[in-house]
Design a protein around this ligand. Structure first.
Ligand SMILES: Nc1ncnc2c1ncn2[C@@H]1O[C@H](COP(=O)(O)OP(=O)(O)OP(=O)(O)O)[C@@H](O)[C@H]1O
Length: 230
C-alpha cells in the first residue's frame, strides 16, 4: 500500500534580489492520496512549483514537514532525499531536463541507470511502450530537434519508466495540442487509477477537469481546497 504524501504547515522562503526574503509557501497543508489525481493550480508565482519540489524533497521547507507515511522528508539529508526520490518519485520538470543529444528512447531509459530492480530488456520494452502510447518515435534522433510537445511527452515517459508510486508533473500538458493534451491528461488519470499518487501543477482546464482533488494556491497559501470526487 502506498502511503499518503502530506505537506504539514509548510513554509518556504527564498532570498530576493534586495537581500530580503520572499515567502513562496506559507502554512501550506495538503494531503495526497494514492489512487487519486490531484492538481495544484493558481496564478503565476503563487508557489505551485515550489510545493511540487518540496513534495519531491528537492526544496527543503524552512517550516513544517513533508511526510510520506512514517518518513519525514524534512529530516533526511540531501543524499537520503535523492535516494528516496529515485525509488519513489517520477518527476516531470517544467523545463523537461532532457539530454539534448540523446534520442527519445535513450532519454526515457535514463532512470534505468540507477536501478538494478528490473532487467535492461524489460525496461527497454516498457520505454518503447510508453513512447508508443504517447505518440513519440523511440528512435527520434536528438530530442533537441523534437517539438516542445514531443519533448514534454518524452519527459513523462521517463518519469513513468520505473513505475514509481508517486508521479509529480509540472505543467505536463502545457505545450500540447488538444489531442495530445487529452491523451496525456488521461494517461495521468490512468496512472492514478492504477493506484499511484499523481500530483500535477497545471493551468490546463482539461487536466483540472479530470482531477479528484484541486488545490489552489495564492501568494503561497492554500485557498478554497476543493474535492471533486471522493
Ligand atoms: N530558487 C528560487 N530563488 C528565488 N526565488 C524563487 C525561487 N524559486 C521560486 N522563487 C519565487 O517563489 C515564488 C513562487 O515561485 P513558483 O515557481 O513556485 O511559482 P509558480 O506558481 O510555480 O509559478 P509559475 O506558474 O509561473 O511557474 C515566486 O515569487 C518566485 O519568484
Amino acid at each position: 500500500m502506498i502511503p499518503t504524501l502530506e505537506a504539514v504547515a509548510v513554509g518556504t522562503t527564498f532570498a530576493d534580489a534586495g537581500g530580503g526574503r520572499i515567502a513562496a509557501l506559507d502554512q501550506v497543508d495538503a494531503c495526497f492520496l494514492p489512487g487519486q489525481l490531484s492538481v495544484i493550480v493558481g496564478p503565476s508565482g503563487s508557489g505551485k512549483s515550489t510545493l511540487l519540489h518540496a513534495l519531491a524533497g528537492i526544496v527543503v521547507p524552512d517550516a513544517g514537514r513533508i511526510l510520506f507515511g512514517s518518513t519525514d522528508l524534512s529530516t533526511l539529508n540531501e543524499g537520503q532525499r535523492d535516494a528516496w526520490r529515485l525509488t519513489h518519485c517520477g518527476m516531470v520538470f517544467q523545463d523537461f531536463r532532457l539530454i539534448d543529444e540523446l534520442d527519445a528512447l535513450a532519454n526515457t531509459l535514463l532512470p534505468a541507470q540507477f536501478t538494478r530492480l528490473r532487467t535492461p530488456a524489460a525496461l527497454r520494452q516498457r520505454a518503447q511502450l510508453l513512447l508508443a502510447e504517447f505518440g513519440v518515435p523511440a528512435r527520434s534522433g536528438p530530442v533537441a530537434r523534437l517539438s516542445r510537445g514531443e519533448q514534454q511527452r518524452v519527459a513523462l515517459a521517463r518519469a513513468l519508466l520505473l513505475d514509481p508510486p508517486v508521479v509529480l508533473a509540472d505543467e505536463a500538458t502545457a505545450s500540447l495540442d488538444a489531442d495530445n493534451g487529452q491523451r496525456i491528461a488521461h494517461a495521468l488519470l490512468a496512472v492514478a487509477r492504477a493506484g499511484k499518487t499523481v500530483i500535477a501543477v497545471t493551468h490546463d482546464d482539461r487536466l483540472s477537469a479530470l482531477a479528484d482533488q484541486r488545490l489552489m494556491l495564492k501568494t503561497g497559501r492554500v485557498v478554497t481546497p476543493e474535492v471533486h470526487r471522493a
